[in-house]
Design a protein around this ligand. Structure first.
Ligand SMILES: [Zn+2]
Length: 410
């Protein structure tokens, strides 16, 4: 193993996905909806679960997972099967899944008339999974329903949404959404024996991909799609409506193997195109960090725990360009009972360590001292590279977060 501070060469590969170092890449895939209560959009054909949005999105997502994994990329699936993460326990509707969790910390959990409490907890659970994995990108896969005022439009279309209000919104999420949109259209059109529409990309901040909550935001108007999560995604993301369920031929295609393969190929190509264009990015690994014990209620995911003593970090350049020469590693602490920090602490201090100008795919092993502040309660550290262009967390490379101790309770 190379010594401290020595550059570890990029392994290099002949893969399609980030050839300098595909193993440094983490892609989070969200198969939209899932579980007993949430089948996704209403299906006018009423052909049952096999033809529902939740089943089609899972099939496509699994194929994306297979394609990426075959290239050595780590894939974090928001769900692996027909399941809901935040609970699915509503016997009145014949649903006897896991107990409800208050994932977003608003004091409410479970299914009520509007379904908003359940939806927010479920989407927060998925956001948390991508954030704690410090994914490069998060892609949410959905199937649209073309209806207006109860009228069903029998048309097929692809459209991709992103949020342009995050620091990495236009240059990160917007580029990712554009690549996915173009590649899904290019993959699905040739296998469709009917006309399809390319509806392009649109900046619409659906909750699953929305920017962070800010003071003054509201979440309480029924049907308010502008509602903001209290812990938003910390990396570029896109929500792809790869097709629509309201045209019977398109529904048949997206249930079939050829349709699912084509849609997945499109998403996969979009992720590749995005990564091939990304200039600056970092991955942090902490070999000695300790996994927190699973929480019986509340959030499912939380920051890993800081090892005792000095901390060994492995930094990897997972962008396409060399890092600038004058990068610094900065860190700050914040007292928090949240599973991890949604935003950077007010104060970030430079750590006493030299960060070499790594080329694409290269890594370096560093040891830093990260003393826990001498105050009571759980503290969470936020660690990020900072350079001439600002914090890498603001470029869409999620900060490394380490907690001083486990959470006291759910
Ligand atoms: Zn959907």
């Amino acid at each position: 193993m190379p010594g401290l501070g020595e550059v570890i060469p990029a392994p290099g590969s002949s893969t399609d996905v980030y050839a300098p170092n595909p193993e440094a890449v983490v892609v989070a895939i969200d198969p939209g909806h899932g579980g007993c209560l949430d089948w996704g959009v209403p299906d006018p054909s009423r052909r049952g679960a096999a033809y529902s949005e939740k089943t089609m999105t899972l099939g496509i997502a699994r194929e994306v997972e297979r394609l990426l994994s075959a290239q050595g990329v780590t894939v974090v699936m928001m769900r692996e099967r027909d399941e809901a993460l935040a609970g699915d326990d509503y016997p009145d509707l014949g649903c006897t899944g896991p107990a409800w969790r208050d994932v977003d910390g608003d004091g409410q959990a479970g299914f009520e008339e509007t379904g908003r409490v359940r939806t927010r907890d479920e989407l927060q659970a998925r956001i948390d999974r991508a954030n704690v994995a410090r994914a490069d990108v998060m892609v949410s896969i959905h199937i649209n329903s073309m209806t207006q005022n109860g009228v069903v439009f029998e048309i097929a279309a692809t459209q991709t949404f992103y949020d342009d209000e995050t620091p990495w919104g236009v240059d990160g999420s917007g580029v990712l959404a554009g690549a996915i949109q173009a590649d899904v259209v290019a993959a699905l059109d040739p296998v469709a024996a009917y006309e399809r529409q390319d509806r392009g990309t649109q900046a619409v901040a659906y909750y699953a991909i929305s920017r962070q909550w800010q003071d003054g935001d509201s979440c309480e108007t029924p049907g308010d799609t502008w509602c903001k999560p209290h812990r938003a995604l910390q990396m570029p993301s896109a929500l792809a409506e790869v097709g629509s369920i309201t045209l019977r031929a398109e529904q048949d295609l997206l249930v079939s193997e050829s349709g699912q393969t084509a849609a997945a190929e499109g998403v996969y190509r979009g992720v590749i195109d995005y990564l091939a264009d990304r200039s600056q990015a970092v991955r942090y690994d902490v070999p000695d960090a300790v996994d927190p014990p699973p929480s019986p209620d509340g959030p499912l995911e939380q920051a890993r725990i800081l090892p005792v003593g000095d901390v060994e970090l492995v930094l990897t350049n997972r962008g396409m360009d060399d890092w600038p020469a004058d990068l610094e590693l900065v860190a700050g602490w914040e007292a928090s009972e949240l599973p991890y920090l949604p935003l950077a602490p007010n104060r970030l201090d430079a750590l006493a360590v030299d960060v070499p100008s790594l080329g694409p795919g290269e890594s370096v092993r560093l040891v830093v001292s990260l003393p826990v502040p001498d105050v009571a309660g759980r503290q969470v550290a936020w660690i990020t590279l900072r350079g001439p262009a600002g914090s890498y967390a603001d470029l869409g490379s999620p900060a490394l977060q380490l907690a001083s101790m486990e959470r006291s309770s759910g």
